[in-house]
Design a binder for this molecule. Sequence first.
Ligand code: ZN
Length: 213
Amino acid sequence: MPQRYDELIKNNQIWANQKQQTMPEYFARLSHSQKPPFLYIGCSDSRMPLDTFTQTEPGELFVHRNIANQVSVTDINFLSVLDYAVNVLKVKHVIVCGHYRCGGVAAAYEGKVKGLVGNWINPIRELVLDYNAELNLIDDIEQRLDRLSELNVIKQVENLYKTSIVQHALAECNVCFQIHGWVLDLKTGLIKELELPLEQWKAKGLVPVGMAQ
Ligand SMILES: [Zn+2]
């Protein structure tokens, strides 16, 4: 694991040289344009580079990451990314990917973090209160936090459907892209596709009737 700053630069030079030799067209193609089919909304955690876990290359994932993969409708940074991904890049899939053992989720559960980070993860604190009864049925604290990570992802997918960007896009094209909720298990490296309460969201008018998971 590199610890020194100059190791990063050296590693980059080695990687770029190797790529040039094995795939001479690689950088010419990469610098031309991007047409990624996926928008990845993930946690800032250093263990969560989704390209490694999905074997995707530069140019294949459009990315927005923040602490505990929040979909905040007041975050102009996030909304700009979403707008560009949906309306300009026209991605085919939007993926909210959380992970088990998420520090942001654990901090929200404990309710001890103050300041800006405490503010940021407050929506998860509200989830803890909403799902208190379900969570308390799980004796093991790690499993309880894992379940909270899942509930957090499902909530963020619901928030996505609530944005005017997604609502307008779906009204125009109905099923032009799909939204998925994932959690990554850092103990196995495997992705779990979460079941989303689409029927419930359809009943609320949040999701088009023709939308399938
Ligand atoms: Zn995290």
